[in-house]
Design a protein around this ligand. Sequence first.
Ligand code: BG6
Length: 464
Amino acid sequence: MATAKSDAFVFFGATGDLAYKQIFPALQALVKDGKLDMPVIGIARSGWTVDDLRKRAEDSLKEHGGVDKAAFAKLSRQMQYIDGDYGDAQTFARLRKALGDAQHPLHYLAIPPSMFVPVVKGLAASGCAQGARVIVEKPFGRDLHSAQALNRTLHRFFREHDIFRIDHYLGKEPVQNLLYFRFANSLLEPIWNRDHIASMQITMAEDFGVQGRGRFYDEVGAIRDVVQNHMFQVLALLAMGPPANRSADAMRDEKLRLFRSMRPLKPEDIVRGQFDGYLKEPGVAKKSTVETFAALRIHMDTWRWAGVPFFIRAGKQLPVKCTEVLVRLKNPPQQVFDAPEGAVNHYRFRLNPDVIISLGARVKEPGEAMKGRPVELVAHRHIRTGMMPYQRLLGDAIDGDSALFTRDDCVEEAWRVLDPIIGDKVPVHKYKVGSWGPKEADALIADAGGWNDPKVDVPAKAGK
Ligand code: BG6
């Protein structure tokens, strides 16, 4: 497998939201670490000049992590900008020229999925795909059919190991820690199965709306935006079997096995919601039925998980910004002492905005009576250290290391599960801004003890 380092970094969507929030800060950090010694070429169709792009980068850095004078000056010198339409051969001819004698350009498609195909075709027709790698930003297709078509198109011009499907959740320290905690310890594995686990749930709550991304979001919705990718990746790390080793393919083989065991969803396994006021967001269709909230129940047909329900809940305009996993254990077979309602033991993994791993248990209250109360044994850390997810992932892609990227077969299996319920297959229920979503979502999980609503007392800013 060719692992030559990339020698030019090209990003489509250079004037967009993703570049502003994530790519510029990652690029400056990579320059600072001496990992981005190459031309950096931004492409968009905004009528900008390279100075506009530099200004945009500076504004982005001021807002996201700060300007490092030396690194930013170097990044500015490396920057070029091409203004053009993605359907126009001229745009790609100019890119070819700007690439000069670069042998292994890395093309990052930080653009809406509807533009992927014209761009890869343009890259190929102009010779810019030669020896190149491509980073594709999720969602990877809109459903199984379009994901297969996208994979076929990408494979016409790029080999699978040159395709980097970015899911920034995989670049997050707490998410990597989930994998580490499961398989670097021996304490979980003996109980991590249907004999001991009653249910698992993941909540990804955000206390804001679509933040000016209405046009993009209305093409996508919560299931395509965060469930098919971020939430399924977290679910895979929670439920997959132990990988044979730490290689990229050993990990991805286990994830694939898990996705394959998941039953395709039925309408009764999903509740969709839309926050009040979504229809007034700029870029959103007046009668849009796109969901800003989704709650799902998932079943896996494996010896390990048969009969154990898994739940995912993701939504915008909820009360807090927090991503948290709750694993409920089965109760003791006999309640010798006081018998409380619900599960007495759980594991809780918080991934955002701070990191928590905790074990919920009951302890005896001091006194004559054998009465107890719930306690949590908590390991807690603020997210202050470690690389930003995009810095980590872009650095890996430049090095040709695909361990933290998603493989074609995993993407397609995830779509196979979601395909039957994607779009308007089930109604969308309105919910109030600042609530936990439509009440219909409660029924989905009622038999498994209800939703865990995370309580957050750290500043949300620390989270990304
Ligand atoms: C992005 C989605 O992939 O993830 C956004 O497009 C979402 O809609 C974001 O807000 C959440 O990421 P994080 O790292 O803040 O949990």
